[in-house]
Design a protein around this ligand. Structure first.
Ligand SMILES: [Zn+2]
Length: 200
């Protein structure tokens, strides 16, 4: 199996902690930290996630769940008083694919860590999958405003664990974290299966 990820700042890669470093915070990153279990640069990891995400092949889900369970004690996300939610895909994409992979992940995590799960966000604007956007075009901040709070949400929790399948530039997850923080959430941690650039 792939070597585990180094613990580092999710945005600049500074080693030592998986919290967002002070410099990246000062530059506007809203996400407080990121738990990531595997390197996206690993061809097996990329292939399995690709089957799931782009081909909609749900038969790979037991493999993904196994990877997550194997890593759960090595690197635990902050869990106290946290609500699990997900970075949603656009509703038209969900209709096409039949499911939202980040939503599925949030359900698994809720069961695994015995945490409450609640959909808090909707995607109001359709964008290309970030891993398919050319590297130079990906920048933190370019996706601000693509998320809104789910209309059914009446009260927001103070701490949120935000799930997505993959973290590449972090632009999508940071835009979602920004939306949550602008509406009163105090702490937002990310959780992904794999981190790294598509090209590596
Ligand atoms: Zn940093």
């Amino acid at each position: 199996m792939a070597r585990p990820e180094h613990v580092s700042c999710p945005f600049c890669g500074e080693r030592g902690s998986n919290q967002t470093c002070r410099t990246c915070k000062e530059q506007g990153s809203a996400l407080d930290g990121l738990v990531s279990y595997l390197p996206y640069g690993n061809p097996i990891v990329r292939e399995v996630i690709g089957c799931w995400k782009y081909d909609g092949d749900r038969s790979v889900e037991p493999t993904l769940q196994y990877w997550i369970e194997q890593s759960k004690d090595r690197l635990r996300p902050p869990l106290e008083n946290f609500i699990v939610t997900h970075v949603p895909i656009h509703s038209s994409r969900k209709r096409m694919r039949g499911f939202d992979q980040a939503e599925a992940l949030s359900t698994w995590l809720g069961e695994l860590f015995e945490m409450p799960v609640e959909p808090l966000l909707i995607r109001s604007r359709k964008t290309k999958p970030q891993a398919k956007v050319h590297h130079e075009k990906r920048r933190v901040g370019t996706l601000d405003g693509i998320f809104e709070i789910h209309p059914r949400v009446t009260e927001l929790p103070s701490c949120v664990l935000l799930c997505d399948d993959v973290f590449t530039s972090g632009a999508t997850m940071d835009a979602a974290a920004k939306c949550l923080k602008e509406t009163g959430v105090e702490e937002v941690w990310g959780f992904v299966i794999a981190k790294g650039s598509h090209e590596s």
